[in-house]
Design a protein around this ligand. Sequence first.
Ligand code: ADP
Ligand code: MG
Length: 323
Amino acid sequence: DLTINKIAAGEVVEAPYSVIKELTENAIDANSTNITVEIKEGGQKLIRVSDNGDGIYEEDVEAAFMRHATSKIIDLEDLNTILTLGFRGEALASIASVSQIEITTKPRNQSYGIYLEIEGGVVINKKQVGCSNGTTITVKNLFFNTPARFKFMKSPQAEATKISELITRLALSQAKIGFKYINNNNIMFTTSGDGHLKEAILSILDKDLFKSLIPIHNQKEPIKLQGYIGQPTYARGNRNYEIVFVNGRYIKSKLVYKAIEDGYKEKLPINKFPVCIMNIEISPQLIDVNIHPMKTEIKFHNQQMVYDLIYNTIRNTLVENTT
Ligand code: ADP
Ligand code: MG
C-alpha cells in the first residue's frame, strides 16, 4: 500500500543520509567485497550505491521493494538484527515511495541482469540487461512527491558532511570491504579492503596520523577491545575521531567517550579531543540498543566494567607509548 509506505518512509528515510545508510548496509549484508557510494548535491539530486555482492534474482526483484520484504533471518542474538529490527524489510519500500529509483542487479548464477525503474513506489519499467554481478541502486530526486519533507533537507553541503562521516564509519567498521566514496564527481577516498583497520584509517583520515597511531588491545571477559589510538600530540578540535564500534557496528555511547577522554586526562590540552578508533566485542545479551532507525545509542548492562577496561587500556597504552 503506497500510503503506508509513505508514512513508513518518515520513520526510515529522514534525509539522504538515511537512504545511504540503508543502501550501504544492504550492500554489506549481500557479502560484497567492493562498494561504491556516489552522491551529487548532498544526495538530493542523486545517490548511487554499487556493490559486487549477491545480487537479487529476477523473481525477487519487485518483491524487494514491498513492505516487509526481507530475505534476512531474524536472529535476536545478532546485534545487526537488533539494530535494524524496527524496520525489517521496510527500507527499500520506503525509499522507493518517496523518490525515483533505478536498480540493476545480477546474481552470479543468473546469466542476465534485471533493470527496474520505480517512481513514487510504482514500477514504470522492467527489462533484462547485460551487467556485472552485484547490485547498483540509483535514487534520484528524493522527496520529489513529499514537499514537506523536501523543505526540511539541509543544504547540500551540510548533507554531504553528514554523509561523509557515515561512509567513513561504515568503511572503518568493514575493513574487509573496499569502499569508494564519490562526491560531485570527485573521489573523496578509497579503501583497499585488505582487512587491516590501520590501512583503512590512513586511507580515509589524515595521512599525517601515520606516525601517531598506537594499537590497543585488551581483553577481560566478557569484553574485548581492539583498535588504534592517536598520540596526544595529535589532538583534535572535536569528537569526530572518537569512532566506536560494538561488534563491528558503529554506535554512540557517552560512557565510552568519557572513558576514552578520561584515559587521556592531563595528556591533552583543554577542549581538545583524542583520536580513538576502537571495536568493542561483547555478547549482545549484555547490551541494550535503542531500536529507533536513526539512533545508535547503546547501553551496557555492566557500565563500570566497560568504563574501567577502556579507561585502563588507554591509560596504560599511553604510559607505555608516549615519548
Ligand atoms: P532488509 O534489509 O531489512 O531485509 P530492505 O528493504 O533494506 O530490507 O531490503 C529488502 C531485501 O532486498 C533484502 O532483504 C535483500 O534480500 C534485498 N536486497 C536489498 N539490497 C540488496 C543488495 N544490495 N544486494 C542484494 N540483495 C539486496
Ligand atoms: Mg536493509
